[in-house]
Design a protein around this ligand. Structure first.
Ligand SMILES: [Zn+2]
Ligand SMILES: [Zn+2]
Length: 331
């Protein structure tokens, strides 16, 4: 059973594996960047054993993960050990296998299938919220071995629900809340309006979405995708514009594929937390007004060095405006 341990100084939770510990001498993690294992041995082509919901007509499958992150315990308990706080690792980890065929990159899927992938994210994120044990859910994708995608090149995404709030989400929620208290407006809505007017950092835009390189980008070609309509929650907010988002994502990922030499990337859906039972009832009272869901897509082109690891400062070697201009020119 893995456990969640909290850093007592800054409150960051870490998932610690307890059972599957590597044997001494077996801790050098060699990222195997060799090519795909191939369709005959692909776990994702053939796995139908642990379907969580029925396979979709298009062939999308949602399966339980092999249990890398969390155990299967039904209830969790928090224990304090002096300064330290530990929670039994209760969480959910589901894998969305996006295609029946052995296809590596989401960008190669039909737009209708990408739309169904987005609808599957929304449905699973909503369903896990009804479970009642989780505070946060994240949908993410690792493409390419250096992004954590292992060496089986079969397009898939992950949904992970946790009983605690990730510290990065907490920082965003607090920042958005403070801005709302001062201005009575959503900071993301203001940011989107400014970026669309300015155009310098816009990579592409559709009726309902806009993709930008953030003003203070941390990583090379980091892109944020925002819905133009205000909504704090992905599952509800994306409803009705899934096909528009699918088209925009394909456009953007095509630019990565062609312009960034098929770089590995991660993308993460950043949504509002489930109702927060452990906090004072009024702490997040303006969440619906002050937070705005979005996607963060980060190509793995930047290696973090000591300065970044030690300070949380990032060094971005290309101005965001130049990165946006470059990506706008790739078709
Ligand atoms: Zn496969
Ligand atoms: Zn907003």
């Amino acid at each position: 059973m893995p456990e969640l341990r909290k850093d007592p100084v800054i409150g960051r939770w870490v998932i610690i594996a307890t059972e599957r510990a590597r044997r001494p001498g077996n801790f050098i993690d060699t990222f195997d960047t060799t090519a795909d294992v191939g369709e005959p041995k692909c776990w994702f082509c053939h796995n139908r054993r642990k379907l969580i919901v029925p396979e979709s007509p298009q062939g999308i499958r949602v399966v339980a993960s092999n249990g890398d992150i969390f155990g299967e315990k039904k209830r969790f308990h928090r224990v304090r050990k002096g300064l330290y706080e530990v929670i039994d690792g209760v969480g959910a980890h589901e894998i969305i296998i996006e295609s029946k065929e052995h296809i590596a990159n989401l960008v190669e899927l039909d737009p209708a299938l990408v739309e169904d992938v987005i609808k599957t994210y929304a449905a699973r994120m909503k369903a896990l919220g009804e479970d009642g044990r989780y505070q946060y859910v994240v949908a993410y994708k690792n493409y390419g071995p250096t992004a954590g995608g292992r060496r089986i090149s079969h397009t898939r995404s992950h949904i992970v629900a946790t009983p605690v709030m990730p510290i990065k989400v907490h920082e965003k929620l607090e920042g958005a809340q403070i801005y709302y208290q001062q201005h009575k407006r959503c900071i993301y809505c203001d940011l989107i309006a400014q970026e669309i007017k300015d155009k310098a950092r816009v990579v592409c835009e559709s009726d309902h979405y806009v993709a930008i390189i953030p003003f203070a980008a941390r990583f090379l070609f980091e892109v944020w995708v925002f819905p133009k309509a205000h909504h704090c929650d992905f599952s509800d907010g994306v409803g009705g514009s899934e096909s528009d988002l699918a088209e925009l994502l394909k456009t953007l990922l095509r630019k990565f594929q062609k312009g960034l030499n098929d770089a590995a990337y991660n993308f993460v859906v950043q949504t509002a937390p489930y109702p927060l039972k452990s906090d004072a009832p009024d702490k997040w009272a303006t969440l619906k007004q002050d937070y705005h869901w979005h996607l963060e897509i980060t190509p793995r082109l930047t290696r973090l060095a000591g300065f970044e690891k030690g300070t949380g400062f990032y060094i971005c070697a290309i101005p965001p405006e130049a990165m946006a201009e470059y990506l706008r020119g790739i078709h």
